[in-house]
Design a protein around this ligand. Structure first.
Ligand code: GTQ
Length: 362
């Protein structure tokens, strides 16, 4: 055994003397402060809908939407339990609304997206305009806009005349951890349970959804898209047309990002959503990026292989399952029968900071 380095005891003395002054020597932590590559504390995880759904429906028996305000089971990263975070920057949860219920009006600094998982007949109202939810629709709640959710049930029916008397479940994606990091969150309850309607349903889409825009007036929600709802039937058709006629990307299959039509940038300043079609017999290549992503399986089935420090993980997924791929964990997708995947990440934030990085592996 070598004798201890003579400085060690004196260094310890220094550390003990500086600690009460709230001082820490950088050289003891430098390597983890500026790691050679991202070392996310998050882990990959899969939530099978077949396992989650019974608990969500049980929650529907135990608490009303009005009492809960938002009846949600939060998808917590297994390595971040108690933090209501699916990645370091993002929140995800599955929200249930039953026929006859209202989730009361409120607003907050945090930006939200909704991705409809199952059911028909519910709506969300944002800034005086209602959007009826259909499975696969992507819906936005801009920062600080009043929003309430409702489910009239059979009495009102769906605009398309479809059965509307069933539970509605959607994925909530919010920038809650990011806003918490900045200590910049505000929230307020509305005076009425449901806000008054001031515009007809579909008017935001009519103004901005057809590659056209009003002649006058500023962007109504700043950097956030003026379209509240991006209907699945349109985004799905775009992907299927590409699949019929265009070469696929060996990593992503056919993948499009949703945009703010006024800027071409992400629909929300903090979150970029994507929709992706893997054709039948797809064997994707592996890639990694610094933006961890949450996936919602829209249609079909497949397999996600995610590299993790403890060895690669294999997630066999099917429709309505959810999974999270943390930052800089390589992902490879495969599907024998074909599938459609929705996903979202904090990419716009990283891009605005100039730190986003992607690596497409062989
Ligand atoms: O629907 O407004 O999952 O405020 C978490 C916080 C949903 C919402 C969530 C929220 C909402």
């Amino acid at each position: 055994m070598n004798a201890p380095h003579p400085a060690h005891a004196e260094r310890s003395d220094l550390y003990q003397a500086t600690s009460p002054l709230h001082l820490t020597p950088l050289w003891e932590v430098l390597h983890s402060l500026v790691p050679p590559r991202p070392a996310s504390p998050c882990v990959p995880a899969l939530w099978r809908y077949g396992e989650v759904r019974p608990h969500l429906m049980r929650a529907g028996e135990l608490i009303t939407a009005a009492e809960a305000v938002r009846r949600v089971l939060i998808l917590e990263n297994p390595a971040l339990r108690g933090q209501s975070a699916v990645t370091q920057s993002l929140y995800a949860g599955l929200q249930l609304l039953l026929p006859g219920e209202i989730a009361p009006s409120h607003r907050h600094t945090q930006t939200a997206l909704r991705f409809i998982v199952e059911g028909r007949g519910a709506y969300t109202t944002v800034d005086g305009e209602r959007s009826t939810m259909h499975p696969g629709d992507f819906i936005i709640t801009p920062s600080w806009t009043w929003h309430d959710h409702g489910h009239p049930g059979r009495s009102c029916g769906d605009a398309r005349g479809q059965e509307a008397d069933e539970p509605v479940v959607w994925l909530d994606g919010l920038d809650i951890p990011l806003v918490r990091f900045f200590d910049a969150g505000f929230a307020e309850d509305g005076s009425a349970r449901s806000q008054a309607l001031s515009r007809s349903e579909g008017s935001s889409f009519a103004r901005y959804g057809y590659n056209m825009a009003p002649l006058r007036g500023d962007a109504p929600f700043g950097a956030t898209s003026p379209i509240f709802s991006y209907p699945y039937e349109r985004s799905r058709e775009a992907l299927h047309q590409l699949e019929r006629a265009e070469p696929l990307d060996p990593w992503d299959g056919f993948k499009l990002r949703y945009i703010n039509p006024l800027t071409g940038a992400s629909p929300m300043p903090t979150i970029q959503p994507f929709l992706q079609r893997l054709p039948p017999a797809f064997e994707g290549r592996s890639s990694r990026q610094t933006d961890g992503a949450v996936y919602s399986v829209v249609e079909g089935a497949g397999t996600a292989y995610v590299d993790a420090p403890g060895g690669p993980l294999r997630f066999d997924f099917e429709a309505c399952d959810h999974f999270v791929v943390p930052s800089w964990h390589a992902l490879r997708l495969q599907s024998s029968g074909g599938c459609v995947l929705f996903s979202f990440s904090d990419r716009p934030v990283q891009q605005s900071l100039g730190i986003h990085k992607e690596e497409r592996l062989a």
